[in-house]
Design a protein around this ligand. Sequence first.
Ligand SMILES: CC(C)(COP(=O)(O)OP(=O)(O)OC[C@H]1O[C@@H](n2cnc3c(N)ncnc32)[C@H](O)[C@@H]1OP(=O)(O)O)[C@@H](O)C(=O)NCCC(=O)NCCS
Length: 185
Amino acid sequence: MDTSYQRLDTSEADLLADFLTDGTWPFHGPAVPDRDTVGQRVLDGHYDGDDSRTFWIVEGGEKAGLIRLFDLADAGEGGTPLFDLRIAPAHRGRGLGGRALAWLTAYLFTEFPDLRRIEGTTRRDNHAMRRAFRSHGYAKEAHYRDAWPGEQGRVHDAVGYAILRRDWLSGTITLPDWNDEAPTT
Ligand SMILES: CC(C)(COP(=O)(O)OP(=O)(O)OC[C@H]1O[C@@H](n2cnc3c(N)ncnc32)[C@H](O)[C@@H]1OP(=O)(O)O)[C@@H](O)C(=O)NCCC(=O)NCCS
């Protein structure tokens, strides 16, 4: 099925609120923003402004997912953009998230020619997101213990991945040197 990526228009606050409040987001913490908050954030440039851009993932004419790119203001001047990727529950597990990750990676490296790297963090048990990272050129760079507050007072580990422009261009994955500490005597 055809997939396209369409920039969010500021007139689409209601559609965005529908998308966010209709879906379940098990790895985004308990707080689902209410409609008024979504509307205010659209006005404030949280989704589209100097520092962020948001795209619908449209499949077969349906809004099946959302990509929010942020920390863009200093992208290419040493800064590293981040993203939030959400596929609506009915569309998960069919390759859309992986393809969206490939698309947003190419989009950022193309839009910001001096950008060296893109980062993404997720919860340790978000297996689909972790596999998508691994399948699309991202390397695990960080493991943060007890860093992700969950439901009912639980905490989870968080894991950080990143892709380098030079790896993206060459189709390789450069792994960090994890054994770079001098042995203790
Ligand atoms: C995480 C998410 C973006 C992945 O998108 P998706 O369309 O569901 O995933 P895909 O079908 O593209 O699959 C990506 C990979 O995960 C695997 N996968 C898919 N669902 C899985 C599951 N439930 N458990 C384990 N692996 C899974 C696929 O086999 C694929 O692996 P491969 O790359 O080795 O072939 C999507 O499920 C989602 O939006 N989840 C809720 C929001 C979220 O967690 N966003 C990420 C926040 S950081």
